[in-house]
Design a protein around this ligand. Structure first.
Ligand SMILES: [Zn+2]
Length: 226
């Protein structure tokens, strides 16, 4: 039994729907990048100044976006009951002691940050979403943020290099928040949708074309036989 061939109007409806979905995904992506580019008073220093002020490991990670080896960081297994963590480059308060949790990943993990303290750079190349986190004040590389892993209610894991931060005692009264807003999380879901829509779209087009060809061949053969 042969499957029913999609009509031309059905194909054009599918095409329009897929195009609409892709347009909406593009709009959401650009909006999320804009929203997460939070502002803070920037600290700008020359490369030579940073090199002079930081240890070579801090320089490698903070300025050259390196990563310390897993399970080697000073704060990997450090869970203070009070205090907070500041940027090792500029002293900007980033994370409370309460936001630190044990993810078992080998680097310090935090489930939220002080509001506006951390900026994100979203990289969607090769169909993979990677979200880099940097200090909003000095742009120092902290690590990456991962979403929806189910560790804590915020559904965020800030995977941070120990050398990028410094623990200080005492409270910081800044409000805490997730770094990725609702739009971005919706964008994330739409990214997943786009990964489903594209193959489904191309499969439908290919399948329909094959059916049309098969139908024409059958009709030619039937015609010839008559
Ligand atoms: Zn900083």
């Amino acid at each position: 039994m042969r499957a029913r061939t999609a009509s031309t109007s059905e194909v054009s409806l599918i095409t329009r729907k897929a195009q609409r979905a892709l347009r909406s995904i593009k709009r959401t992506k650009s909006a999320s990048v804009k929203v997460t580019a939070m502002s803070a008073e920037k600290i700008t220093k020359s490369d030579a100044e940073w090199k002079n002020e930081l240890t070579s490991q801090q320089y490698q990670v903070l300025r050259l976006k390196g990563t310390e080896p897993a399970r080697t960081g000073e704060y990997d297994k450090f869970y203070p009951s009070e205090g907070h963590f500041v940027c090792a480059g500029c002293g900007n308060p980033l994370y409370s002691a309460e936001s630190k949790f044990n993810s078992g990943c080998g680097w310090p993990a935090f489930d939220k940050c002080y509001e506006g303290a951390v900026d994100t750079n979203i990289d969607n190349t090769f169909g993979m979403r990677r979200v880099e986190i940097v200090c909003a004040k000095c742009d120092g590389h902290l690590g990456h943020v991962f979403e929806n892993e189910g560790f804590t209610p915020t559904a965020e894991r800030h995977c941070v290099n120990s050398v990028s931060v410094k623990y200080v005692e005492g409270a910081c009264d800044k409000k805490e928040a997730k770094v990725i807003d609702g739009n971005s999380i919706a964008g994330n879901a739409q990214n997943a949708m786009s990964m489903l829509i594209r193959p489904a779209f191309y499969f439908t087009i290919g399948y329909t074309a094959l059916n049309v060809l098969a139908n024409s061949a059958t009709s030619v053969m039937t015609h010839n036989a008559q």
